[in-house]
Design a protein around this ligand. Sequence first.
Ligand SMILES: [Zn+2]
Length: 341
Amino acid sequence: MSEQGLAIRDGNLFIAPVVNVQGALQRYQDMKDFIEGILRKDVDYGVIPGTGKPTLLKPGAEKLTTFFGLSAEFQIIEKDEDWTGKDHDGEPFFNYWYKCRITRNGKIVAEGEGSCNSFEKKYRYRSANIKCPSCGAETVIEGKAEFGGGWLCWKKKGGCGAKFKTGDKSIEDQPRGQVKNPDVADIVNTLQKMAQKRAYIAAVLLATNASEYFTQDIEDYIDADFVAVDPEPAKPKAQPQPPAPSNNGQDLVDVAIAEGGEVVEDEAVEYYNRSTMSLETAEGVTSSDGTRYGDLPTDKLAYMANAIQKAMKKNGMSHEKHEEHQMKLDAIRVILASRDG
Ligand SMILES: [Zn+2]
């Protein structure tokens, strides 16, 4: 039999989809609502003008992980640490390669890999600033030709205002532009985190089927530091709540919903893991008035947990809402457990 023959399929074979159309539509809508209602531009994802899909950032990947009830674990596949540079022409070299495994209830959902090494342009080089011979600050700029050229220690950048003539050796003999980073060994931790982050985002995109909405292509953009422009955390889109029938616990449910908060980002590389949520993460969840769960008294937390549990027993709750409630409940449990005894 030829190899080609192997590829001929049985004409009677019918492969049924594992998800029905209604389920797929619902999932698509849930995802769309989540992205539009919860994820914040420039914090959770970035958009570069002129490019197609936005780029998923680590905080956004963490929210997707929470939303889908996933856990992430890391495994180092390979590393290369040449501290003295003996194998790299005297230049220290570091390379890290990680695998991120995404699981849900112990079952593997997806795996992603990511690596990072010190020969990447942004780690291998740094731009050398000219040091002012007078004050020592790295604030020297080139004077504009129309103002006579030369060099100026710029006061606006914290310099002393000293001026230097074009051709001044104390300025012009200094290395300028891209120079090799002399402290590569100091960024080992950064390289490891970056490799993990790349693996993590790749795995989350796969696990959540989010590559339809996001890309990971633009590495430098992912690595950029973002500052939230909007001081108000984005709220989930207003969910029309049916008018509360009196006295069936709805008041408690309303309290629980009103207490709705969102996970506060932690700058440290700490992947949110629902089944083993850290106390730090749990305490960082905030209620609608910005109070950290960690700052709430035990009786208030217990009351909220009770209300959330009641709310979750109601039918017709969206998957998204259910997950959100589950996250809050987990956070409260972790905090209460830590306070016990
Ligand atoms: Zn100066």
